[in-house]
Design a protein around this ligand. Sequence first.
Ligand SMILES: Nc1ncnc2c1ncn2[C@@H]1O[C@H](COP(=O)(O)OP(=O)(O)OP(=O)(O)O)[C@@H](O)[C@H]1O
Length: 628
Amino acid sequence: MQEKGTISIHTENIFPIIKKFLYSDNEIFLRELVSNAADATQKIKRLASLGQYNGELGDLRVDVSFDEKAKTITISDKGIGMTAEEIKKYINQIAFSGATEFVEKFKDAKDANEIIGKFGLGFYSAFMVASQVEIQSLSYQDGAEPARWICDGSTEFEIGPGNRTERGTDIILHINSESEEFLSQHKLQEILDKYFKFLPTKLVFGKRSESVEDGTDKDGKPQYKSVEVDNVINYAKPIWTIAPSELKEENYKEFYRQLYPFADDPLFWIHLNVDYPFNLTGVLYFPKVKTDMDFQRNKIKLFSRQVFITDEVKDIVPEFLMLLHGVIDSPDIPLNVSRSFLQADSNVKKINSYITKKVAEKLGELFKKDRTGYEEKWSDIGLFVKYGMISDEKFYEKAKDFGLLTSTDNKNYTLEEYKEKVKINQTDKDGNVVYLYTNDPDKQDAFIQSAQKKGYDVLLMNTPIDGHFVTNIEHKLEKVSIKRVDADVVDKLIDKDEKLEHILSEEQSNKVKEVFEKAINKPTYKVSVVAMSPEELPVTVTMDEFMRRMKEMAAMGGGGMQFYGSMPDSYNVAINGNHKLVSKILESADEKAQSELAKQAFDLALLSQGLLTGADLTAFVNRSVSLI
Ligand SMILES: Nc1ncnc2c1ncn2[C@@H]1O[C@H](COP(=O)(O)OP(=O)(O)OP(=O)(O)O)[C@@H](O)[C@H]1O
């Protein structure tokens, strides 16, 4: 008997709203309908395994097909099917109470995902692309009659006898005129590939031709012919659903290649598998970071029961691990709510810290088991680890045992090892251990050599993250201060209160200062005469560590730092009072000659740090030529 009825929601205008707000990502209708078909298929399998269904299961597959002329897309399954009563119950009674509240609340929704699912509207996403949706279904239950439901996207529907002779369901979409782009082989293939590569139920989209061997020709060479085969969308069982004990290294690498066909092999991976207090599986890969600029985010794919959801995993994966690759599958992540809700969700928080913990454990284990191998990978993983140590306290607590400092002679140390190594020679008069580093070994070579001559060690901190890293660990480590090797003259970098004797009298000192101030003639260069070893350079130009860091932060847009950013670059010029050249300047009778010598020594200092440019550089070259 044909029956008419009204879908039980309490407002007339829900469909226009769904259509309007969902329009931007309307391809998800296919995600929703194929997922439903796959769910129905899994259910019949389960019923059979429980002995509650004894009929033939047959070839359990979901088929997607389209008819360009009739303008239809059909999703067919051989799942449990629905009786007319069930259709009324599951499809007609949309699972939410206050439709008015819904309309109010989601007037401003930006994202289809916010609406779908939250209100159990998966099926209704069909109306984003269809002017009419038809269900033909035959339930698995004994004696069930086939049923047909049809609805044009208004709240009116029709239900009556259907024509399906085999167990399962067809969803037939009569595609509306704005959505005809979906009536294309290419478009549908693309969407199916995106969402269903790892669907647990076989998914077929028409046929494709494949070339197969067909006997041999008269010379015994194999012959080929083209045959039509099912165009199967999904791969065999994805590895994240398999127990780690059953997997070999090659399986992980092969899966990685399926995900990222053009990437180099990963460095290593972590298999995630937890079912309490939330359910999550997945494999995270540490990629090779080829260049510093190779920070491609959004490489982790999020699945829910093997259906692709998104590659935006912000909030779920800790910020510092966003550069990892791989997949996460969890039915417990609320996929259909807005960002702010996600951040506050307790499962998401737990998942986030679980991932952090797992990554820390894995790194710790690699470090312990094979330190050499770990150190070889350090140039790739150092970035993640340092980023994590900066941004996540809990990670820092674990990573302080395997986060490494690398010195300019390419040796690696843990934080503790490093302190032990340098503490005897690099402790200042207040008991602080001073770590020295360079962020540009070429430019700062003169400073590095001076430091090494004094037996100091210099760390290499030349990746983009190191500036932050230095500031951060300095805060965390007790009684440690960290200075760039060119922050001061070597004798003052680590102030041990050992005063070198001045060979100059106070009067001579003042004279030297005056000569240099005049010769340099720049107010932002502050001149002082210092008692240094006669072997050190006659003039050293430095920028104060504090000032430089503040300026760097200002340049990176650090809040509250604008003040420092607007200050002119200012430098300290240290004149080595014990250097021969300084004596020579004093001995020189002629004021002009004094000034020339001072200028030359100052320019050499600038030159050694790449600070001498433009007209100053030209003047220096000319002066040098005339001196020769
Ligand atoms: N192909 C199908 N075979 C059998 N039952 C189906 C099929 N499609 C839908 N159903 C039934 O209709 C119900 C409603 O589907 P709908 O997609 O609207 O919501 P859902 O799948 O329960 O939730 P959501 O899509 O938000 O995850 C399903 O729970 C299921 O019982």
